[in-house]
Design a protein around this ligand. Structure first.
Ligand code: PEP
Ligand code: MG
Length: 498
């Protein structure tokens, strides 16, 4: 049975059994409440010590957690409650929640951020009480939690194939760690059972429950083939390995994995993370940081692509497309100004959902006039090719500097296929799609227009090889897909030789 993923916090593919992780007090066998609390404290501290040894780069963060666990006031509060007759787990709950409420009512962002850390240590101490066997996992698994604590991820990272949680944020500590370790992490409302076998594929926005033998075989093969490569780009002369990102947090992997640049920066994700429009300065800071980190590698920012399922809290956005810019001029102008100021010569601006050249030319002129007003360098200006109209009227688009094919929206528009079905229904449309895309390749060659693909099909080997075959040399994929890109390129080169 297939389900859509609600939110993706870290990309990847995993196949494995679910391990539920809930604190279950009915499992608790505690003889002496005080002693079991003190033991739990000692055990928690020892676990953090082990994490520090294994994760030197996180030592500052982990030492701060140790200080919280060792806090004498907290310890005294808990012991006082136990002496008054509370069970250890109740005392821990009440005392730590009291501190959490104090932090929550503070106006300091720094203190508020500590709430997550206190919750983390609370659960750790609770899980270490009595004979609760909750931490004793024996082999690799897909962890299923209500909310993931960073220390659970740090402690069990070698065993965790993927994470499924009910809540969690893209910029949370756990999500940042999961992305840097390449562990898929999703938010889902679906109910799972302990031990149940599932497949998670964030690239197809897909959860498969009770997968059949063929699905298991195909996914295992894909994972095994991929794992024969390292997380670093192999030589790929004449072809560009580009990355799709949606926040500056993703840049570390783009650089470490040896990508040639960013083919798609989804700026709407930055907008969606805020309750109000971001100011010029806030945006400039983000864009210029990205440009500096990329160190002269090209970086393509897509203007905010909102509408349909991507909503802003402060704006009514019905449909994706150019109307969002015309109806919200201030928002568009502020973004363009911030981008143009951040341009060091390698920044490109790309418009989504373009239908006709008149739309593109209108936006291009608008960008040029904004840049000229403040004497900013005019960036290269291109478009996503992801609508049926743009495909049909491709000959109109001689004035674009570059084109990136968005196969996600394109397959939806032409064949009415959702992202999560793009692979299953692949055979139904790929031949026709390739014929259509070959026209685009020819048009771009004739007019000297740089061409890439940034939709999810670019990371699906059997599709991506076909893109190479028809002459598309530049693929833009999630940084977590670097091994897949290596595999696609190697298979293609081997095929060329034979
Ligand atoms: C696409 O449509 O293929 C694409 C890359 O854009 P998004 O997935 O952000 O809609
Ligand atoms: Mg799109």
């Amino acid at each position: 049975m297939k389900y859509q993923i609600k939110t993706i916090l870290s990309d990847g593919i995993a196949i494995g059994n679910i391990k539920m992780k809930n604190f279950n007090k009915s499992n608790l066998i505690v003889e002496n409440e005080e002693e079991s609390f003190l033991n739990a404290l000692t055990k928690s501290l020892a676990q953090i010590d082990k994490m520090i040894v294994d994760n030197q780069e996180l030592s500052d963060y982990l030492i701060a957690l140790k200080l919280m666990i060792s806090d004498q006031t907290l310890k005294k509060d808990i012991l006082d409650l136990i002496y008054k007759g509370s069970k250890a787990y109740e005392a821990i709950d009440i005392a730590i929640d009291k501190h959490i409420n104090e932090l929550n009512s503070s106006t300091s962002i720094y203190l508020k951020e500590r709430v997550a850390d206190l919750n983390d240590i609370k659960e750790r101490i609770l899980n270490n009480l009595g004979e609760n066997k909750i931490n004793d996992f024996d082999k690799s698994y897909i962890i299923c939690v209500s909310e993931l604590n960073p220390t659970d991820l740090i402690f069990y990272k070698k065993d965790i194939l993927a994470i499924v949680a009910k809540k969690g944020g893209y910029t949370s500590h756990s999500a940042i760690l999961a992305r840097s370790w390449g562990i898929p992490y999703i938010i889902s409302d679906i109910d799972f059972n302990d031990g149940e076998n599932i497949i998670i594929d964030t690239f197809k926005n897909l959860i498969i429950k009770e997968p059949n033998q063929k699905q298991i075989y195909d996914y295992k093969l894909e994972i095994a083939k991929k794992n024969s490569f390292k997380n670093i780009a192999i030589d790929h002369d004449g072809y560009e390995f580009l990355a799709n990102v949606s926040s500056n947090i993703d840049l570390k992997n783009v650089i470490n994995y040896g990508f040639d640049g960013i083919g798609l920066y989804r700026t709407e994700l930055i907008f969606m993370n805020s309750d109000k429009p971001l100011s010029f300065n806030e945006q400039y800071k983000i864009y210029s940081e990205a440009v500096n980190k990329l160190r002269e590698k090209p970086i393509t920012f897509r203007t905010f692509d909102v509408g349909d399922d991507k909503k802003l809290k402060y704006l009514n956005t019905d449909k994706k497309g150019i109307d969002n810019y015309i109806n919200n001029k201030e928002l568009f102008i502020t973004q363009i100004k911030a981008l143009c100021k951040a341009n060091d010569g390698n920044l490109k601006i790309m418009f989504p959902m373009i239908k006709r050249a008149s739309e593109f030319n209108f936006l291009k002129e608008w960008v040029i006039s904004i840049a000229k007003e403040d004497n900013y360098l005019i960036p290269k200006i291109g478009m996503m090719l992801e609508t049926k109209e743009a495909l049909d009227y491709i000959l109109e688009f001689k004035d674009v500097d570059f084109i990136s094919i968005g196969t996600n929206d394109l397959t939806k528009e032409i064949y009415h296929i959702n992202r999560e079905d793009a692979l299953d229904l692949y055979d139904n449309y790929i031949k026709d799609l390739l014929t259509k895309l070959k026209n685009i390749v020819d048009f771009c060659k004739e007019n000297n227009i740089y061409l890439s693909v940034c939709g999810e099909l670019a990371a699906i080997p059997k599709a991506a090889i076909k893109f190479y075959e028809i002459g598309i040399k530049n693929l833009s994929v999630s940084p977590a897909m670097i091994k897949t890109l290596n595999l696609i390129y190697t298979d293609y080169k081997n095929e060329e030789k034979n």
